[in-house]
Write a new protein. Structure first.
Length: 134
């Protein structure tokens, strides 16, 4: 019996990706591109061309963001959302993010077997930028 579903070229890989709600999604995409070199993989826009949902990747790490017009949270109330971005050169990525508009929470230093720093992006999400020390 022939299947009505076409065969998939690649198997689906199980993964988990953060989904960030922001009040200015189009601006957020531009920020993540400037701060972390994010690449846009998917975009859904409204009739005016503003982003409703976007999928971005930093290297092989995917994440999503959406326009959250109903959010009553102020950016500082989003501290419970924290991401860790593991990169080869945390000092350079940290400085790039600061230059793009992030605020330093704590500077890059060595602790607990990591070279790591923490910043808050302009949308209130906290990012730990680091690499394990070997």
């Amino acid at each position: 019996m022939m299947s009505s579903n076409p065969p998939m070229s690649e198997p689906i890989k199980t993964s988990i990706a953060p989904w960030l709600s922001v009040s200015r999604a189009t601006e957020a995409v531009s920020y993540y591109q400037a701060a972390f070199g994010a690449v846009e993989r998917y975009r859904l826009e409204d009739e005016e061309g503003s982003i409703i949902v976007a999928q971005l990747s930093i290297g092989d790490a995917d994440f999503w963001l959406q326009e959250d017009i109903d959010s009553t949270q102020e950016p500082q109330d989003r501290r419970s959302i924290r991401l860790i971005l593991t990169v080869a050169d945390p000092d350079a990525v940290f400085e790039q993010a600061i230059t793009a508009g992030a605020t330093e929470v704590f500077a890059v230093s060595e602790e607990h077997g990591w070279r790591i720093g923490r910043l808050a992006d302009p949308f209130g999400h906290h990012w730990e930028i680091g690499k394990p020390l070997r």
